[in-house]
Ligand binder design. Structure first.
Ligand code: NOJ
Length: 539
């Protein structure tokens, strides 16, 4: 497979409202991001994926867009965006925008027009069904609670929304909608945007009458057209968010012929502790052996016929060091171990803001401190259903999206240096210890470990090209694998637990070159210390 220019790149995700505030309103903004570009350049990342910054009533923190061709004033202006693109370019960093194309905001001009009358030219931009008040077209549920159908009395019709009532689904069957979308994307491409992340893109080809949301029959037809009309004109880096992807589908999304996207986010490794028919809030143990086998499956399936995204975190997921690591005694060791395992694999690594510092989940005392629409809806729903408050809070501590959304921890001054005002969501109180200022100075920090991993990827082709092979498959503590090319073999070994783990691979591999190690002293006895991780290479 011919190598693509973006395959050895590393992407950093910014959640703009929580990254850096520049004007004291408590909300992160574009000038704030510009002021932190040197930090990001020093880390060594090649592209920044920005969660949505377009104009939005912020019902779902920007994933409800009311004008795709404007910046929300809370984040700045179009000029600021242009300046960000230019300043990032000077540092060899591309800007990846978040495209929310499955739905718009109900405050978008298209929807405002659409609900005026059935013959309005914009009416068919959305998905409507005739009906009677109180008699829903079917029992489909919306992701953030309640029915997926909302009644509009003036029209005698329901509109369809897979997310909140303020996020009406766009009608991709309508060629005019598709053309508007392509023109908007081309307009951003003209401004020098280097790529796009596509929000819930596997849900655009919905067929609500058949209760189909994800992977609708026309999905790939729509995606190929979208890609051809836009991204392919400039060989951009694109990544689709696809919760419904299996390897076969992922091979189509990330086909090396470039007919759809560069790569996809698939979520199987994230959902391993969610039992069939249960919700993410219903906690069950994390299955370690399954995690290894799952990664191995994806590595093997996409090698040579697709491309993986590698991620532990994003703005919707809990912090990885609190999930698979140990955010207390072994926070530093386990954060580095998790990075080692992920960055050693084939694919494009994504680092979510603060992950490079080992930022942790937050435990606010009660629901009044939480801001996320999904968390708030779930809290109400479960209270009504009779759940105990303390059990609901337990689920929130483990899974709430706000775990990822507390402000970036820059230093130990008030509000972690994020804002001089009142932050829109409180800072995690551990910022006095965990912050960028401490970590950039400390050669042994998680930050400097990430920096080294990124450099290694750039310096050693085997990270991009090597074929993956899982070792010690059934071992209940150790995650180990090799990556091989015709001339080299790399071996990644990690203890995923706080208990020492004897490992027969160490003796053999200790004779070869070590690329990175999260402990400062050699492993001489073949017993992996808590969360110990090493990458070796045999050249
Ligand atoms: C996925 C996004 O990542 C999430 O934050 C958002 O709520 C939904 N899509 C709806 O746009």
């Amino acid at each position: 497979m011919a190598r693509k220019w973006w395959q050895d790149k590393v992407v950093y995700q910014i959640y703009p409202r929580s990254f850096q505030d520049s004007n004291g309103d408590g909300i992160g903004d574009l000038p704030g991001i510009i002021s932190r570009l040197d930090y990001l350049a020093d880390l060594g990342v090649d592209a920044l994926w920005l969660s949505p910054v377009c104009q939005s009533p912020q019902d779902d923190n920007g994933y409800d867009i009311s004008d795709y061709q404007n910046i929300d004033p809370m984040f700045g202006t179009l000029d600021d965006m242009e300046q960000l693109i230019a300043e990032a370019k000077k540092r060899n960093i591309k800007i990846i925008m978040d495209l929310v194309l499955n739905h718009s905001s109900d405050e978008h001009r298209w929807f405002q027009e659409a609900k005026k009358s059935k013959d309005n030219p914009y009416h068919d931009y959305y998905v409507w069904r005739d009906g009677e008040e109180g008699v829903l077209p079917n029992d489909m549920k919306a992701s953030f609670g309640g029915s997926a159908w909302e009644w509009v009395p003036e029209l005698g019709q329901y509109y369809f929304h897979q997310f909140s009532v303020k996020q009406p689904d766009l009608n991709w069957e309508n060629p005019k909608v598709r053309r508007e979308i392509y023109d908007m994307i081309l307009w951003w491409m003209d401004k020098g945007v280097g790529g796009f992340r596509l929000d819930v893109i596997d849900q655009i080809a919905k067929e609500p009458d058949k209760k189909i949301t994800t992977n609708g029959p026309k999905l790939h037809e729509f995606l190929r057209e979208l890609s051809k009309e836009t991204f392919q004109k400039a060989d951009l880096i694109t990544v689709g968010e696809t919760w419904g992807a299996d390897p076969e589908r992922a091979k189509r999304y990330s086909n090396p012929d470039g007919s759809e996207f560069s790569m996809v986010f698939q979520f199987e490794h994230v959902m391993l502790d969610q039992e069939e028919g249960k919700e993410k809030w219903d906690l069950s143990p994390l299955p370690f052996v399954e995690l290894k086998k799952n990664f191995a499956k994806w590595q093997k399936e996409l090698h040579g016929s697709g491309w993986n995204s590698l991620f532990w975190n994003n703005h919707d997921l809990p912090r990885i060091v609190s999930r698979w690591g140990n955010d207390k005694e072994y926070r530093v060791e386990s954060a580095k171990m998790l990075a080692t395992i992920l960055h050693g694999m084939q694919g494009t690594p994504y680092i979510y803001q603060g992950e490079e510092l080992g930022m942790t989940n937050v435990r606010f005392p009660d629901i009044t401190h939480y801001r996320d629409i999904e968390t708030l809806h779930m809290y109400e729903e479960r209270l009504e259903a009779g759940y105990k408050k303390e059990d609901i809070m337990k689920s929130i501590y483990a899974k709430s999206r706000d775990n990822a959304r507390t402000p970036m921890q820059w230093n130990d001054s008030t509000n972690a240096g994020f804002t001089t005002g009142t932050p829109w969501i409180e800072v995690n109180p551990n910022y006095t210890e965990i912050n960028a200022e401490n970590e950039t100075k400390d050669p042994d920090s998680i930050y400097n470990y990430y920096k080294k991993l990124i450099k290694l990827r750039k310096a050693n082709e085997i990270f991009t090209e090597g074929e993956f092979h899982l070792l010690l498959e059934e071992d209940s503590q150790i995650f180990a694998y090799t990556r091989t090319t015709e001339t080299e073999t790399m071996c990644v070994i990690a203890n995923f637990t706080a208990t020492p783990a004897p490992c027969r691979l160490i003796e053999k591999w200790n004779k070869t070159e070590k690329l990175i190690h999260n402990y400062n002293t050699e492993n001489t006895d073949g017993i992996l210390r808590p969360y110990e991780a090493i990458i070796y290479i045999d050249r």
